[in-house]
Write a protein that binds this ligand. Structure first.
Ligand code: COS
Length: 387
């Protein structure tokens, strides 16, 4: 199938396919079991220049966009989405700097992220601020040429491993969402420590931790944009990053379909390979249609963002919603095609099913995505003045 990829995107796809086979597949079980951060594989990503795919050339990147990142994340996630997440979550932590950083901030942070020397992370979620991103409790109080941060962020991907964190904190509680601000916080800043490391159902090769700020003094020059822009920074970042989650989900679904197809040709029952039975054929066909339709939507969203489309919230939420629901359905069916073997850890599909689940939850639950989509539709209808 020709997906209209550029020459550069085809090269990225082929390179990631090779890394997936040579570097990820041999170790994915190990990292799934141990929950350690896959530094050896991340170093391979850096050596292959994947860390700078979406970062401008001026700052040491390859100058591609969301589509280049999408192609890479999809391909790597076919082998292990937990390992691929080190790259996707770094992009999530980097987008706020790309979108809202000053020239000085970009020059300081982007080159080290592009080279793979530093990972990044995004600190929005808190115990009381999950879907309700405006419910942030962490505070940032101006004190001379610093802001003093206090509070705890929860479930932060790359937490403890990343050097660069973008953190949302309230500079003016009374103003609600308009009183939030975004800060770049470096790992070794005094008063910034890491709490509980989560023991997760899936994506176990990625590290998820608490970020704890206790009288943490952050230089005022690390404020992203202006005071009060934090909620906007967070929303614009999520609009940009959700195709990354969708690409992960797409990769998981495509990987599971590939495994199911392969297995159905090997596994014999009643004297024939199980792919000869219509019941299995229908499942494989439905899985393939779901994967292709998810791919179309994910690529369309990524291209719309790279093309500078003004209103990307809806398409971005749509692709995340559809690809993640597809990943859950396709991996569940892949386990079914494998039968009892699919339930065993010796085969890769049970891990894919566990990994798929989070894509329906993080970077906005699929219920929140539906809300974003519906609100955008209502806004469009109102703008079109259709009675
Ligand atoms: N782009 C630009 N502005 C946006 C925006 C977007 N995508 N989404 C909201 N805004 C603006 C609104 O226009 C509104 O501006 P005004 O104050 O000028 O009217 C302001 O931000 C507040 O918006 P709203 O009232 O819709 O905020 P809510 O608190 O109701 O929250 C949702 C909206 C639910 C969409 C938001 O909280 C959200 O995305 N939640 C999920 C968070 C999430 O993904 N968490 C997981 C993090 S894992 S990294």
């Amino acid at each position: 199938m020709d997906y209209g990829l550029s020459e550069q995107q085809e090269m990225i796809r082929d390179l990631c396919r090779q890394i997936a086979v040579e570097k990820i597949k041999p170790v994915r079980e190990h990292y799934d079991e141990t929950g350690e951060f896959p530094w050896d594989v991340f170093k391979a990503f850096a050596a292959a220049d994947l860390c700078g795919l979406y970062i401008e050339e001026t700052y040491g990147g390859l100058g591609g966009g969301v589509m280049d990142l999408t192609v890479a994340v999809e391909e790597l996630s076919k082998a292990c989405s937990g390992i691929a997440l080190s790259l996707a979550a770094t992009a999530l932590g980097t987008f706020p700097i790309i979108l809202h950083g000053s020239e000085e901030q970009k020059q300081k942070y982007l080159p080290r992220i592009a080279s793979g020397e530093s990972l990044a992370a995004f600190g929005l979620t808190e115990a009381e601020a999950g879907s309700d991103a405006g419910g942030t409790r962490t505070t940032a109080v101006k004190d001379g040429d610093h802001y003093v941060l206090n509070g705890t962020k929860q479930w932060i991907t790359n937490g403890g491993e990343a050097d660069v964190y973008v953190v949302i904190a309230m500079t003016n509680k009374a103003k609600g969402a308009r009183g939030a601000s975004a800060f770049i916080v470096e790992k070794d800043t005094p008063g910034f420590t890491f709490g509980k490391k989560e023991n997760k159902m899936g994506i176990r090769a990625s590290v998820t931790r608490e970020l704890i700020f206790q009288d943490c003094r952050v230089p005022a020059e690390n404020l992203l944009g202006r005071e009060g822009m934090g909620f906007l920074v967070a929303m614009k970042t999520l609009d940009q990053s959700r195709p990354g989650v969708a690409a992960q989900a797409l990769g998981i679904a495509a990987g599971a379909l590939d495994e199911a197809l392969h297995y159905s040709r090997q596994r014999r029952q009643f004297g024939k390979p199980i792919c000869a039975f219509q019941g299995v054929q229908f499942m494989l066909a439905d899985m393939a249609v779901a994967v292709e339709s998810a791919r179309c939507l994910v690529y369309q969203a990524a291209r719309a963002i790279d093309g500078g489309a003004r209103d990307i919230s809806k398409i971005s939420a749509m692709c995340k919603l559809h690809a993640s629901d597809t990943a859950m359905k396709v991996t569940t069916d892949a386990v079914q095609v494998f039968g009892g073997y699919g339930y065993m850890k010796e085969y890769p599909v049970e891990k894919m099913m566990r990994d798929a689940k989070i894509t329906q939850i993080y970077e906005g639950t699929n219920q929140i995505q539906r809300e974003v989509i519906a609100l955008a539709m209502i806004k469009e209808a109102a703008a079109a003045k259709r009675d």
